[in-house]
Ligand binder design. Sequence first.
Ligand SMILES: [Zn+2]
Ligand SMILES: [Zn+2]
Length: 179
Amino acid sequence: MSGSRVHVWCPERGVSWVAGVEPARCTEPGHRHQRHEVHRHRDVVLLPDRTPVTAVSFDPVEPYARDRPPDFALYLDPRWRPGWPHDHHAWPDLGVPDDASAALAALAALLARARDGEQVEIGCLGGHGRTGTALAALAVLTGEDPRSAVAWVRARYCPMAVETAEQEEWVASLPPATG
Ligand SMILES: [Zn+2]
Ligand SMILES: [Zn+2]
């Protein structure tokens, strides 16, 4: 991780933006906007079976600057529009996927590419809630116990990973990997 920015979150409208970098996406004076200092992630995470996955946050100044572009990426926020091959999976900010089996299928497809030797990337905006929850699910898919997967991702990736109790419960409810 490197650098640090302030993300502003409007709970009334469900929008977020980066202070001083992007125009405010809500300027209602009556709202209680929450400001979070966030750091930037471009981190290789080794899953329990040693498969590498790069977890990224969206940096609005230079989101697509890479030493080497990934072979494939899965993004959980529609703001990502890179030039390299990628997929989007709809996953609400500060939430869990509407369809768990579809989310797991998208993550399993990313995992299959990584196991085939492709350099893969996963990201949302801040890189903590959705990305952290997805990394925990990838850990479950590669052998971690669902009940310890949140602790696993906080130890191996970032202490701020997985942001809400609902996200923690979602991970704990995942089916354990078989075999
Ligand atoms: Zn607002
Ligand atoms: Zn972090």
